[in-house]
Design a protein around this ligand. Structure first.
Ligand SMILES: Cc1cc2nc3c(=O)[nH]c(=O)nc-3n(C[C@H](O)[C@H](O)[C@H](O)COP(=O)(O)O)c2cc1C
Length: 195
């Protein structure tokens, strides 16, 4: 697929089945992160691969956190979350190695992590795979982050669920970008998206 066609056709999905990328294909996909804009060359992105037998271990950590936050959490909610983390072909935990005292502001470090994650999502699509970036309470649960290797000041930016997308899934249409663009001619702009 031509590069621009690929960028213009990506969409997120959690309707994912086996196979997930592996080996040199996965390495290529993750290498797209190394092309992200990155003020100060801090390379704050980190990726933890959770697959195979490791999946139920992460699922248990995630649901332990749900129960700790809300002892009355509904059993169905627990089971849904457990199933999701146990069955995704591949989960990539998005880590952020944050340097709070660096001259590069933390928000710029976080934006570099986000830019790199976007590159990974685009590379997944370009290679025939798919995914979705999710956060949720588990992303901000220090016990989950610590178990994955991220103690403060390092943190999680979320999880990418990864696999082969359902070819019959509905892909939502996008608004035209013209609604999000304005030409500045000396006075404050207004956007079609906001009217
Ligand atoms: C930082 C971040 C966190 C997100 N967290 C969630 C989430 O927890 N659950 C969810 O359903 N979508 C979440 N999303 C949105 C999806 O990743 C996705 O963008 C959305 O479903 C729209 O699909 P699209 O990427 O095809 O536009 C998040 C997106 C970002 C950038």
């Amino acid at each position: 697929m031509a590069a621009l066609d690929s960028l213009l056709s990506r969409s997120s999905t959690d309707a994912l089945s086996d196979p997930a990328p592996e080996g040199s294909v996965l390495e290529d996909i993750l290498s797209a992160a190394m092309r992200a804009p990155d003020h100060g060359k801090l390379r704050p992105w980190r990726y933890v691969l959770i697959r195979g037998e490791a999946r139920p271990k992460l699922a248990e950590l995630v649901v332990d956190g749900m129960r700790a936050r809300d002892p009355d959490v509904a059993a169905e909610k627990i089971e849904k979350r457990r199933q999701r983390f146990s069955t995704m072909p591949l989960t990539i935990a998005l880590g952020m190695h944050i340097r709070p005292d660096d001259k590069i502001p933390v928000i710029e470090q976080e934006m570099a992590v986000a830019a790199a994650a976007m590159n990974v999502l685009d590379a997944l699509h370009a290679t025939g795979f798919g995914g979705v970036w999710v956060t949720g309470d588990m992303t901000y649960d220090p016990a989950v982050a610590s178990a994955l290797g991220f103690d403060a000041p390092h943190r999680l930016a979320g999880f990418l669920f990864v696999g082969t997308p359902d070819p019959d899934r509905l892909v939502p249409k996008r608004r035209p970008v013209v609604d999000y663009v304005a030409e500045w001619q000396g006075t404050p702009v207004r956007f079609g998206a906001d009217t």
